[in-house]
Design a protein around this ligand. Sequence first.
Ligand code: GLO
Ligand code: MG
Length: 347
Amino acid sequence: MAKSNIYRFCTGPWNWSAGQDPYGPPTRTEISFDRKLAELKKIGFEAMMFHDDDAVPDIDGKSGAQVLKEAKELKKRLDGEGITAEMVAPRLWFHPNTVDGGYTSNDPKNRQYAIDRSRRSIDIANVLGTDLLVLWLAREGTYIRESKSGRRSVDLLVAALDAMLGHDKKIRLSIEPKPNEPMDVAYVPTIGHALAVAQLTRDPKRVGCLIESAHAILAGLDPADEIDFAMAFGKLWSLHLNDQNGLKFDQDKPFGSSNLRVAFNQVRALERNGYGQKGEYVCFDVHPFRTTQPEQWSAHLSNSRDTFLRLLEKSRSYPEKQAERLIADRNYQDLDQLVIEHLLGGK
Ligand code: GLO
Ligand code: MG
């Protein structure tokens, strides 16, 4: 197996989920944060992503000073274990104040809540030693089109991003687009939208993006193209690799589970753009299947990493010269078969 020297792996505490779905309760007992940290180390991942309330549970009921105190305790803990905090993300989709969205809610008090909570997340990121705030704009969209004005929502989003950029001179905002779910239609569905919104802010160079494979597929796009596009702008600051079988509910399957060729092309895109060379992590936003047994708590993560490394080997041994000749002749028929044979491992 190819030894990866630049790719470092990461995941979030929510990725040890307990099997719940909209139609049924958990199928495994929740595990503690300590156990998750131990699992992370056991599988050789080097970093963890944090929602603000993963870092400081029950964040809304705590004073600013208490939040900082608990964040400091966590930082100490992580340092002791040799684990980096990759990012912090305000979880703006659980609280009653966010039922109608955060930054684009129709209630001004709720919009203020979203901005205040985002500022808190930035303070936590500072304590945890990361300059990356991830914004999955979960409920920034509509259930019915007439409920919000799209134009006003763009203005509100930009105002919220400006408030965050103004709160801290060093923070970088990484927008994670997703076209739908939980909303019917989201305001920032693709990387193109995220990078366009970035340009309207007070400091566009501190607003970039995060690509999740499943989200790109849900938008009907090829995640490899989204990677190339973001990296052409130097703006791919984080990554949620996973897989998704077509246009249905968000599946967060192990990387390569549905379509190995699409996964291969993502790895090739990362390779050609030098992803990871500025310290970016490869994060897996994957979940165990509902039927997974507790002994296999981390298999979806280590399997995703192993598949990534196998595809990295395939990417590095890809017959480039042969492919170039076929491309020059526009012989895509043979090129197609060359890719298939390469992925199948030759005859
Ligand atoms: C859901 C998202 C979610 C985010 C995470 C970080 O579809 O992918 O898992 O990545 O909450 O903000
Ligand atoms: Mg994600």
